[in-house]
Design a protein around this ligand. Structure first.
Ligand SMILES: [Mn+2]
Length: 465
């Protein structure tokens, strides 16, 4: 059980006043303070970092930036060796409050949304889980954005970055809710919201590939089949090919042809539960060029995740801050990322019959998938309708050292608290790092605990009482 000081009832305004109180504390800092920013490496971490970087620039502070995969005692020691007056932890840090407090007397701000056990602390912790907000209501980027807006209204031009972070953390589902939807209002001048087929890659991928890789919505005979996708398009009799025979991108098709594709998909899905459930929101950045991954916020979020996975977080920050050179370099990263995902999904498909164990999906990829990609695999599977709602998925991969990275997810809508279940299992086998959110969490254990861990997770009772 978690023992934080939950308010009787969450109110959005309580959280908003915590944010403005914290911003007011920040405003009291000496302008000569040197600030060190530590951010997580995923899309939400990169967006958070970019928002705070821009905000500090605007306040004329000096600062340095570092993004890390996780915060453990060794990394913390490294960080604290440097010279600084103020520390910012973004999209991480909540779970390390006690260690941070033990090791430093400097001023610390934690802007985060990971669950933690709170207790009295001098550290300024801005975390929506204190107020029991729903997971999808706000991400760390959202927290950073609202904080930045308290410092300066001008930071409203960063609202889309807050939403990119929320996207990256999968908080958008047929729209945004809670504080995210308030942030969307702030982004009105930057974004157009269009309703269209819920396809990924409309800006950047040929249409046959968009359909082949489309798991949500699932398209019978097309999803996962390269021949099926081509046949589907050719049978529609539309003008989907370039003169050289290659398929066009979706944004290059005219409206009539897109309509034929969507109705063709609905017809193919007639045996599914909601055949017509194939539409969703697209958040289109007004000032970006068509046909780039920066145009559609969802593709932008994927791009930020990609640069993070490849250890190029500073490239991600440059992208967020609209550096033109960064755009070119990021295209290369994106294409390597896509081929890694394709390789990973091929491995998954070839082995998927062996993963079911006692009602749970346990994917032990060992050295077949990089530890930095295993969370992405777990997320893709969770979103693909392959398994029933509430199915628990554990994905494991070996790290370069003697550890195993574990990513755990609950598919679809479920109230199951996987984070605390995982925590119980990990505690049983030793004192190893474990954390995250209720339905998406992770851990790291030594390799020699592999069997013990698999045995323990297969025994977890995932049925809600
Ligand atoms: Mn996050």
């Amino acid at each position: 059980m978690t023992g934080h000081m939950k308010k009787e009832r969450y109110t959005k305004s309580d959280f908003l006043s915590l944010i403005s109180d914290s911003a007011n504390k920040f405003k009291l800092l000496n302008k000569n303070s040197f600030i060190k920013i530590i951010g997580h490496i995923d899309c939400d971490g990169i967006s958070s970092t970019s928002i705070i970087v821009k905000a500090l620039e605007r306040e004329d502070f000096r600062f340095s930036v570092m993004n890390v995969k996780q915060l453990d005692k060794n990394i913390l020691d490294e960080i604290l060796k440097d010279d600084f007056d103020v520390l910012f932890f973004l999209d991480l840090g909540s779970e390390n409050i006690k260690d941070i407090e033990k090791k430093t007397n400097k001023t610390v701000f934690i802007l985060d949304h990971h669950r933690f056990e709170s207790s009295e602390t001098k550290i300024t912790v801005v975390n929506p889980t204190i107020f029991d907000l729903e997971y999808r209501e706000i991400s760390s980027s959202g927290v950073c954005y609202l904080f930045a807006k308290c410092l300066n209204e001008g930071n409203k031009d960063l609202a889309h970055l807050a939403l990119a972070g929320a996207m990256g953390d999968m908080q958008e589902k047929n729209g945004f809710i809670g504080l995210n939807s308030l942030i969307l209002k702030d982004a009105e001048e930057i974004l157009d919201v269009n309703i269209g087929p819920r396809f990924f890659g409309m800006q950047t991928r040929p249409i046959n590939k968009v359909l082949e890789y489309c798991t949500d919505p699932f398209i019978p005979n097309v999803t996962g089949s390269s021949e099926g996708a081509i046949k589907f398009l050719d049978d529609l009799g539309i003008n989907a090919r370039e003169s050289n025979g290659n398929f066009k991108k979706l944004i290059e098709l005219d409206e009539e042809d897109i309509k034929k594709i969507t109705s063709g998909i609905i017809i193919n899905r007639l045996n599914e539960e909601n055949p017509e459930d194939i539409f969703g929101n697209h958040y289109i950045l007004k000032e970006e060029e068509n046909g780039t991954p920066l145009k559609d916020l969802k593709e932008f979020a994927t791009l930020l995740n990609a640069v993070g996975r490849f250890g190029k977080t500073s490239l991600g920050i440059s992208l967020c801050l609209k550096n033109e050179e960064a755009k070119k370099e990021s295209m290369e990263v994106l294409s390597s990322y896509k081929s890694e995902i394709v390789e990973m999904l091929t491995w998954f498909n070839e082995n998927k019959d062996s993963f079911m164990s006692n009602g749970k999906i346990i994917i032990n990829a060992k050295d077949n998938i990089k530890d930095t990609m295993i969370g992405t695999l777990a997320s893709i599977i969770t979103k693909s309708k392959l398994y029933e709602d509430g199915t628990v998925i554990f994905a494991m991969a070996h790290k370069e050292n003697d550890e195993i990275k574990i990513s755990a997810r609950v598919s679809g809508n479920s109230d199951f608290d996987l984070r605390s279940a995982l925590k119980d299992v990990v505690l049983k086998i030793g004192d190893y790092p474990c954390g995250g959110h209720k339905s998406a969490c992770g851990a790291s254990i030594p390799k020699d605990k592999e069997e013990e861990f698999i045995k323990a997770i297969s025994e977890i009772n995932t049925i809600l009482q």
